[in-house]
Design a protein around this ligand. Structure first.
Ligand code: SF4
Length: 475
């Protein structure tokens, strides 16, 4: 064993495993100095610049490769409010360049073996493989341009490796029978009501069980968050298992923040063993909003669209991400979250369509306090024929205090509480709880009338006793 290792001790941890040729290193250096200043390139080695309107998306602190998260706030990133959301910039530029269609392709997670390496050499090698002649003089019979052949034979295979095969198409579930009670309820056409129960901050389950028992008789399913606000709590999987043991229908959340591609697949298989079939995939709040000391603020291994794509393929195609066959496929009813007000509905729906194409069968929106404000989003979804492909649960919350109302309104991106509601709450005095429940009931009634709304998802934010009061007034 070598004792004196003068170079290795300054190398990043992953470097010793890689042996790049001198030519490869030179090309990588050249690529870095050209693409860095021009496009903000971070040398992920899995270049997607053509799909992202020539803006490097790796600037996103969540490492999202498939569109903006729900935290984009007036075009700014909520993780670092001093800079623009890079995905907002990509969407805006794509619109100006009439390249919105390119934002729909489900793009793969980074192949970290290639991080820091050049991609130009890959393009040259692929062009050689296809043959320059076959690109410049494309078959007249097929009527394709050189650009189309280059895209189809060179760029697409490079960005969509065999283990991923992402596309821009809708993939309906392969099996038609419902995988869960929640899915059956949606399909029955009834107005579905689900509720959220906050996982406990301790190992004791008594309070959790109490809340589940309180809510269970009134709702179709109970959702358990996965470390919301980046605060560690009992895991969503454990809470879902407790709910399942009590005869409740759980909806388990998996956040990309706390998972990688391996743990996601393990969690999905394990969920079935616990009697959990409904899974909501989401990016998760940045550790920036959580407690200190913070972990890595920069990189997430997978994003929510990729999670949906991986889980849908496990269920419908019976394959793990690496292509191995799954003997007993998991039964999954897949959901995602939606932020109708994060940006212009025309752009927002691109992201929603991508989730639906990737595998989302239902969407849970963030909190809505003015049902009519959803109309432009629903009109857009309807225009793009997405409402027939997905069930939509609108997120609502009974507000327990004025402080909570102000906090949500002022601090949570995409959440707006109309002045009229603020005034009603502020003037309620001792009757604050009754007024808050009355407002929630009115909103649910208005949502019931709206085409496209499949149900509501009540987020009581610790006020679980309100759920039964609300539902008894709504029904
Ligand atoms: S974290 Fe969200 S808001 Fe910030 S750049 Fe990434 S997608 Fe945009």
């Amino acid at each position: 064993m070598a004792v004196f290792t003068p170079v290795r001790r300054w190398q990043p941890a992953f470097r010793p495993f890689r042996r790049l040729s001198a030519g490869g290193r030179m090309l990588a250096f050249t690529e870095r100095v050209v693409k860095g200043p021009l496009f903000g390139c971070r040398m992920c080695g899995n270049c997607l610049l053509q799909e992202t309107a020539f803006i490097c998306h790796m600037e996103c602190p969540k490492g999202i490769r498939n569109g903006p998260c729900g935290g984009v706030n007036d075009g700014y990133c909520y993780v670092d409010p001093t800079r623009s959301c890079v995905w907002h910039l990509i969407y805006e530029r794509s619109r100006r360049m009439h390249r919105e269609h390119r934002l729909l392709e489900v793009l793969p997670p980074v192949d970290w073996d290639r991080a820091g390496t050049e991609t130009w050499g890959e393009v040259v090698r692929k062009v050689r493989e296809v043959g320059l002649r076959n690109i410049i003089f494309p078959s007249k019979r097929k009527g394709k341009s050189a650009g189309a052949v280059l895209e189809e034979k060179v760029f697409r295979p490079l960005r969509q490796p065999g283990w991923w095969q992402g596309d821009s198409e809708y993939h309906p579930p392969a099996v038609t029978e419902p995988r869960s009670r929640l899915e059956s309820e949606f399909r029955s056409g009834r107005f579905v009501i689900t509720a959220e129960v906050q996982p406990p901050l301790s190992a004791a389950t008594e309070k959790l069980e109490e809340k589940i028992r309180l809510v269970k008789p009134h709702v179709t399913a109970i959702n358990f968050t996965d470390g919301s606000s980046a605060i560690p709590r009992m895991s969503s999987a454990a809470c879902s298992a407790v709910a399942s043991s009590l005869g409740a229908e759980p909806v388990m959340q998996i956040s990309a923040r706390d998972n990688n591609r391996n743990s996601l697949q393990s969690q999905a298989i394990g969920a079935n063993a616990l009697g959990v079939y409904n899974i909501v995939c989401l990016s998760g709040d940045s550790p920036r909003v959580g407690p200190t000391p913070r972990g890595n603020l920069n990189i997430i291994d997978i994003d929510s669209v990729q999670m949906l794509w991986i889980l849908r393929r496990m269920r419908d195609e019976g394959i793990w991400l690496d292509g191995r066959e799954i003997k007993n496929r998991p039964k999954l009813f897949l959901g995602a979250v939606a932020s109708p007000f994060a940006q212009d509905p025309a752009l927002q729906v691109i992201r929603d369509r991508k989730k639906i194409n990737a595998g989302a069968q239902f969407l849970q929106t963030n909190l809505v306090f003015d049902p009519d404000s959803l109309d432009p989003w629903f009109e857009r979804l309807d225009k793009e024929q997405l409402l027939e492909k997905v069930f939509i649960l609108v997120g609502i919350s009974p507000l327990r205090s004025m402080n909570l109302a102000l906090y949500l309104h002022n601090n949570i991106p995409g959440v707006t509480i109309p002045d009229a509601i603020m005034k009603r709450l502020a003037g309620a005095g001792d009757k604050f709880a009754e007024e808050s429940i009355a407002i929630t009931v009115e909103n649910i009634r208005r949502l019931k009338e709206k085409p496209g709304v499949s149900g509501v998802h009540i987020m009581p934010l610790g006020w679980e006793v309100a759920v039964s009061q609300i539902i008894s007034q709504v029904l």
